[in-house]
Every structure is written in C-alpha cells, then in structure tokens.
Design a protein around this ligand. Structure first.
Ligand code: PMP
Length: 407
C-alpha cells in the first residue's frame, strides 16, 4: 500500500469526460451543484450502455444463442465488478432499481415476517424518507436518535434508545441534507454487541467514501447507481449470506424460481431469487462502467478533492451576510445546506438558476430533520468529482445577488 497523500485530480481532464457539463444554463456557465440528487455521467459510462445495446442486447439467463450469452456475460460481469468495488462476494449482490427498492426489499423480506407489534427499527434523526417509511410499512415502530446542533448523531442517545424490541438498526452512511458522515464501524460494533443487525443506506456514501462492506461488517448495504456517475433506475443491495438465505422472495416472476407448479413453486439460489423478471441489463453494465471509471480515479483521491472543496465552500458561504449553514458536523462530506435571512430557499434556488447555478431546495426527503432545525426547507449545494473552486465562486457571487435583493 502506498501511504503517500492522494495525488490531486486533473479537473480539466475530468470535466472533459462529462459532455453535459459543457452546456450553458440560462445563458451562463453551468455550475452543477445538485449532485446529491443525481450525478452527471462520464463518456465511458455512456459508451458502455451504447455499446451494450449496439452489440450485445438480448434477454439474460434464458437462451443459448450467442447474443444471449454475450448479454449474460455482460450482466454477470457487472455483478463481479460491483461486488469487487464493495469487497463483497458476487452472490451477495442483489440487483434492484436503487437504494429505495433495496431498502424496501429488506423491509418486506427480512423485517416484515419477523416483526411483532411494538417491535422497533432504530434510526437516526437524519434519515431519508426511504430509510423511514419502508420500516413503517413493514409494521415496525421507527425510533430515531437525535442529532446535535451541528448535525452530528448524538451517539450516547442512540445507544440509550436500544430496547429489547429493537429488531434492526438503519443508518445513512452520509446524510443527504447535512453531509454528516456517520460512524458506521462504531454503530455496527454496538448493534452487533446487542444482537441487532445493521442496514446502511449508502446512497450518498458510495461515490464519496471508500466502502468495504465486509470490513465494516454491515448486514445490509443499499445504493443507487445514479449517485455514482451511473444510470438511473439501477442499484443494488449487499446482504450477508445468512440473511439472503433466510429471506423469502418479495416479488414473484421469471428468473427467481427453480420450479413452478400449480401446487406450489420453489426458489432459485441467491441472489436470483430476489431478481424477478427481465432485469435492467444496460443499467448493470452502465453501473459497472461508472464504477470502473471512478475506481480508476480512486475514491480516496476523489474524497480528498471534495473535502478540500467543502472547506473552501464553507469558508465562502460564511462570508455571505445573513447565511446560516445547516449541518457543520466535524465529520462531513461535500454537502452545503443553508438558509438565508429574508429569502425563502425556493427564491434562492430560482435566483441561482438564473445565474447558471444548479442547486436543490426543499426538505430533501428529510422532513423530521427540517423540524429538528426549525426550518421548512433549506437550499443545498452538493459536490462531486468534477466541481472546482470556480463553481463555488459562481455560487458565492449568485448568493451575494440574493443577499442584495432580499436585505
Ligand atoms: N437515501 C439517501 C440518503 C438519499 O440521498 C437518497 C436519494 N436522495 C435515497 C436514500 C434514495 O435514493 P433513490 O431515490 O436513488 O432510491
């Protein structure tokens, strides 16, 4: 292992690989700072999907002809690539439509059959709705540990909330609203010491932190390809083998069965028993290509780049009069949520848009967190590998316009 500091990224070379970023927005240079919602796509990933459809498209697993063989190789090869990225065995990677579907799968197939009235899922106060509502739909009570004024999880309070009814712990690797990085290794250690499995919502983590699901010893890990420079509508669930074996399928159809008879059916082996119907082959190929691309840059280098930019952005935003950052946890990834005196986040977003700056405004699917901070909404700028100080400067200049208009 090379212990030297990560080499800086060549930003121009990276940007040149994202065709969409060369466009203007509202006639201005585009500063795309809405990466927590979705990331843009590099040429290598666009080409992989195009190449798949041009050369290899056929339905997988079910035919002997050459194209079907090629499609199956591409699809299963993608599983190898995705598994390697997370340091997971390939058969423990279940393909889904994304984080939301991965969490719903665990809620329906793992939790629901085991849950008794009054059983609890222990969360944090910063979870995304898709890490709250599926547990409620599965019949569990959701209990959330508070976050402090900076937006960090209050660990002792979280520990205090364990009860004999706690069936599962679920936690975001990184908060999509605050940028807080949660202490996953500590959480897993304490939950396991109490015999409780842990699901990690990796939607915001996977592209921004090196992630080794086996070293972290998580029971479940959910992510979406589209937040990782990959396509929309595709994602995966990693789960420990014992859980996958013990879980029943949640959707029935083609591919997930071993035998079907009117008297009853039997299931395919893992992970296929959770993959009913024709899957998103191109999605898998695109996701693997995005991972290949990101891995070649090195997630650690990317994280270092984004961290430096976060520090610069934090400093610049604090220079805007009347701006208050929401989320200043000591361990933080590249997300800058804020409110401004006199200006509604919606107005901030609209004015920034006129300046070519794309950010997100609203509750970011974290309504309980908005209540915690006493705000109806925030404006949120979120960083990715192709962002630079120029994007932050453009954001700052646009925010100064907001300040002048509303003060
Ligand atoms: N969890 C977090 C922390 C997220 O940021 C998101 C996406 N905003 C999700 C879950 C849901 O991801 P998807 O919509 O891709 O299923």
């Amino acid at each position: 292992m090379n212990a030297a500091a990560p080499q800086p990224l060549d930003l121009d070379a990276i940007r040149a690989q994202f065709p969409i970023l060369t466009q203007k927005a509202r006639g201005k240079r585009l500063a795309y700072l809405d990466n927590a919602a979705t990331t843009q796509k590099p040429e290598a990933m666009l080409q992989a999907i195009d190449h798949y459809y041009r050369t290899s498209n056929a339905n997988v697993h079910r035919a002997v002809h050459e194209l079907a063989e090629r499609a199956t190789l591409a699809y299963e090869g993608a599983r190898d690539r995705i598994a390697a990225f997370l340091n997971a065995p390939r058969e423990q990677i279940v393909f889904t439509r994304g984080t939301t579907e991965s969490i719903n799968l665990v809620a329906r197939s793992y939790l629901q059959p085991r849950v008794q009235p009054g059983d609890e899922v222990l969360l944090t106060g910063m979870e995304h709705h898709s890490d709250i509502v599926p547990w409620q739909l599965a019949g569990a009570k959701t209990v959330a540990a508070p976050v402090d004024d900076r937006g960090a999880l209050i660990f002792e309070e979280w520990l205090r909330l364990f009860s004999p009814r706690t069936r599962l712990v679920a936690v975001a690797q990184i908060s999509n609203t605050l940028g807080t990085i949660n202490p996953i290794a500590d959480i897993v250690r304490e939950a396991h010491a109490r015999g409780v499995p842990v699901l990690v919502d990796g939607a915001q983590g996977i592209a921004h932190l090196p992630t080794d699901v086996r070293a972290l010893d998580v029971d479940f890990y959910a992510f979406s390809a589209h937040k990782l420079y990959g396509p929309t509508g595709f994602g995966a669930l990693y789960a420990k083998r014992e859980h996958l074996e013990a879980m029943d399928p949640w959707q029935g159809g083609g591919d997930m069965i071993r035998t079907v008879a009117f008297s009853g059916s039997t299931w395919n082996e893992v992970p296929y028993k959770f993959e009913a119907g024709t899957p998103d082959m191109a999605g898998a190929v695109g996701c693997a290509a995005a991972i290949e691309w990101l891995d070649a840059l090195g997630v650690e280098r990317v994280a270092a780049h984004e961290h430096a930019l976060l520090e610069y952005g934090t400093q610049r935003l604090q220079e805007v009069p009347g701006l208050r950052l929401i989320g200043t946890a000591p361990h933080k990834a590249g997300i800058l949520s804020f409110v401004m005196d006199g200006a509604h986040p919606q107005d901030i977003g609209t004015i920034l848009d006129l300046e070519g700056v794309a950010i997100r405004t609203g509750h970011h699917c974290t309504m309980p967190l908005m209540e915690r901070f006493g705000v109806p909404a925030t404006a949120r700028a979120s960083l990715a590998v192709y962002n630079g100080a120029d994007d932050i400067d453009q954001l700052y200049a646009a925010l100064m316009k907001v300040h002048k208009l509303f003060s």
